[in-house]
Design a protein around this ligand. Structure first.
Ligand SMILES: CC(=O)SCCNC(=O)CCNC(=O)[C@H](O)C(C)(C)COP(=O)(O)OP(=O)(O)OC[C@H]1O[C@@H](n2cnc3c(N)ncnc32)[C@H](O)[C@@H]1OP(=O)(O)O
Ligand SMILES: O=C([O-])CC(=O)C(=O)O
Length: 379
């Protein structure tokens, strides 16, 4: 039997390569569901850890189940010596996503649990915030702060980063931000993770690869780029429209806009926009929120890109939110990674549960019949 004619779809746009019960994106409505529940509703009513439980287990936890899940995370939040050494001795100018990727990878080298996929996944969720906070302190010349059992992931992160009791509202906002990033269908980083899992490699390898994919500016890297763009607009003292017009004339993409699946506003951006407004009203200094509204208005009207203009994605408003919480700009992408670790681990497990090696094809468009020339005869 001969193989059917290969399907050619560069960028795999609209190609279904897996089944998932984890998250669903309706790009037209637009809507994002986690296990069938509206993510916007979860952002309002649930917490990051409850949502992690929901995604991992397929149902909401009882109070006891949530407490026990929290306990499993608490037991793993501290870094083993080997992982602590990596983050605390990283050069102070190291890229935080590189440090996070190395730290997460090392959680399996210095594993302190039973080494099952669940144990390793819990370790990633629990230790990634500790590792990032420890790097943040080490590069500023401070000792690492140990996690506390009475604080959840978001509050613990702020506590470990700053070494002081976090503001309650700031911790709540960070919790919502992590929840909103928890899963998102087969985005590039999750796909990377599933490809790795499909070789029957381990979950930490899947997450490590996914972190590498998230780092790029076309994916998670855009949240940092948005903030850097705003800081640059502020520094240059240009007005927003002429700055953006210049970017488009130079063929640059405006970070925080456009999406492969959403045709209109990304529902997560809607939640972030509300929070960004709230924090901007309480924060002194440049009015990032109004600047972003101007950016949005400009791109809505910008027919050069698309006749309907172009819509914000999750990365547009999240950066100014992190900024107002005092999270360093180069930690924005790692914050995304910490939230998305829930989805990466859940999707790897889903891949293991019903696996087939992911192995697409490339069309060879190079030369053929090229002869080998011995090295001394080459010009
Ligand atoms: C968490 C996330 O990953 S969300 C995405 C975060 N990334 C960003 O915000 C970076 C900016 N956005 C982009 O680069 C894109 O919109 C992506 C990568 C997100 C989606 O890309 P694709 O689905 O491949 O769309 P594609 O690249 O084909 O874009 C279609 C057209 O719109 C243009 N376009 C898309 N997004 C933008 C943008 N943000 N700014 C300017 N032009 C854009 C492209 O240049 C392209 O124009 P062309 O056909 O004339 O070349
Ligand atoms: O789904 C995508 O392509 C990118 C995205 O928004 C995400 O990963 O959250």
């Amino acid at each position: 039997m001969t193989d059917p004619e290969p399907i050619r779809r560069i960028g795999l746009e609209n190609v279904v390569v897996a089944d998932t019960e984890l998250s669903h994106i309706d790009g037209e409505k637009p809507e994002l569901l986690y296990r069938g529940v509206d993510a916007q509703e979860l952002a309002e009513k649930s917490s990051y850890e409850e949502t992690a439980y929901l995604l991992w287990n397929g149902g909401f936890p009882t109070r006891d189940e949530l407490d026990s899940f929290r306990g499993e995370l608490d037991d793993r939040r501290s870094l083993s010596h080997g992982v602590a050494e990596i983050v605390e001795h990283a050069p102070e100018d190291a890229v935080p996503m590189d440090v996070l990727r190395s730290a997460v990878s090392a959680t399996s080298v210095y594993g302190d649990g039973d080494g099952t996929t669940r144990d390793r996944s819990l370790s990633v969720l629990a230790k990634a915030p500790t590792a990032l906070a420890a790097f943040g302190r080490a590069r500023d010349g401070y000792e690492a702060v140990e996690p506390r059992e009475d604080l959840d992931t978001a509050a613990n992160f702020l506590y470990m980063l700053n070494g002081e009791e976090p503001d309650e509202r700031h911790a709540e906002i960070l919790d919502t931000a992590l929840l909103l990033h928890a899963d998102h269908g087969l985005n590039a980083s999750t796909f990377t993770g599933r490809v790795i899992a499909s070789t029957e490699s381990d979950v930490v390898s899947a997450v490590t690869g996914a972190i590498g994919a998230l780092k790029g500016p076309l994916h998670g890297g855009a949240n940092q780029d948005v903030m850097e763009m705003l800081l640059d607009i502020e520094d240059s003292q240009k007005d927003v429209s002429s700055y953006l017009a210049g970017m488009l004339e130079d063929g640059e993409r405006v970070p925080g806009f456009g999406h492969r699946v959403y045709e209109a506003f990304d529902p997560r951006a809607e939640v972030f926009k509300k929070i960004a407004k709230e924090v901007s009203e309480k924060t002194d200094g440049p009015d990032w929120f109004s600047m972003l509204e101007e950016v949005e208005a400009f791109l809505r009207e910008e027919k050069r890109i698309h006749e309907k203009g172009i819509s914000p994605n999750v990365d547009l408003y999240s950066g100014t939110v992190y900024y107002s919480l005092g999270v360093p700009v180069d930690f924005f992408v790692p914050m995304f990674a910490i939230g998305r670790s829930v989805g990466w681990t859940a999707q790897a497990q889903e891949q293991y549960d019903d696996n087939r090696l992911v192995r697409p094809r490339a069309e060879y468009v190079g030369e053929r019949g090229v002869e080998y020339v011995p090295i001394d005869e080459r010009e």
